[in-house]
Design a protein around this ligand. Sequence first.
Ligand SMILES: [Zn+2]
Length: 467
Amino acid sequence: MTITFHGAARVVTGSKHLLQLNDGIRILLDCGMFQGMGDHTEDLNEHFGFNPETVDYLILSHAHIDHCGLIPRLVAEGFKGPIFCTPPTADLVKILLTDSARIQEQDTAYSNKHRTKNNLPPLNALYTEEQAEESFLLLKTVVYEQEYAITPTVKFKFTDAGHLVGSAAVHLNILENGKQTHITFSGDVGRYGDLLLKSPQQFPQADYILLESTYGDSLHQELGSIEDRLLEVIQHTCLNNKGKVIIPAFSVGRTQEILYALNSLELKGTLPDLHYYVDSPLSEKATHVLMDHPEVYNKAVSDVLKIDANPFGFKGLKFIQSTDESKALNNDPSPCVIISSSGMAEAGRVKHHIKNNIGNKNCTILMVGYCEPNSLGGRLLRGDREVHIFGEMFEVKAEVQSIKSMSAHGDYKDLLHFISSQNPKTVKKVFLVHGEYEVQQHFKEKILAAGFADVEIPYQHQKIEIG
Ligand SMILES: [Zn+2]
């Protein structure tokens, strides 16, 4: 059999790996969108590098757009097979791809306005909301640890990867030429000791491992008390300075972690009596998905559930839906906390909140996740005194604070922990995927030092014979 790396090869987005068995069966692992690849992004997303009509099965590790974002396009181009994923992933995929389709359609309509003015032919959106909905019909859920036979010779099972609600590592067992081959695809690997999720599970011995390597050369700061840090910032900003705290946060994952931490403060009786707004319709939907799947929670959250039916809800919390309500927050001078997407403050409603509060020294912008250096969040984090927002220059008078320990990806110790259940002598090869090339080269050395004999860093569209 062969495996071809059609995305997340020496980069961190576009996750897509195609297995082709000798009997012609083709299994795609993930169907992610490329993001932030500059001028190449569109081209990479429009050309898969294989014919979707010839793919028989798709197995999805988790619902982040860089892992599932091209599913509607795959289906529109002729893929008809089942899409296997865990039940929470199926729920998240539906809300995230609907949102993604809306963004594709809006962006294309915007570009086409300019193109029409310049007598250029209009472009088509990468996919539409209708196409996204059609692709949902193919979703087929499989729970963690249940062995599922795709064909008489191909079985797989999911184990919890601890990275996002429903995230899974995929373990394939393929019988070919009278020989069993075990292939593990890690998907994205979470941290040991996540605030909400269980730690990544041990997995059965593999012959080949496709391992993510996002943080293959770095260590996260210790998970300090996120609650303490949040409380400190809220007390300082809202109670002492009578200002607003603006928290840019991804709608799925990070927003719920912040809500959980605020809820924990309420349970302790220390949460300041204020208005707390979640200004992102997607966040509210994602919070409901989490509440619908209590099986994903770690022990600490399960314990909280015994005394508090809603670990993401507390006094003063309000989810904002309409843009009018969102705009109304600007005219309300009272101290409050606003959690809004996107996490890097590059797009979404949070950009407006930052614009409206950045000139006020009593306000705080609290960054709680990784930011690309050139994103608005990244520029604020590195301490720029002036930033461009919507084409206007603003002096940064608000305080910029961060909680750096929050990350959905494991660091290199977590990744080495993840593969520590393996006998390295039995593993024929580790393929490093989903990482920057320079990071992967450092990580390769660490894996070799752990006793794995062969580590390869495949390049885009590279086809490799395995088995
Ligand atoms: Zn992910």
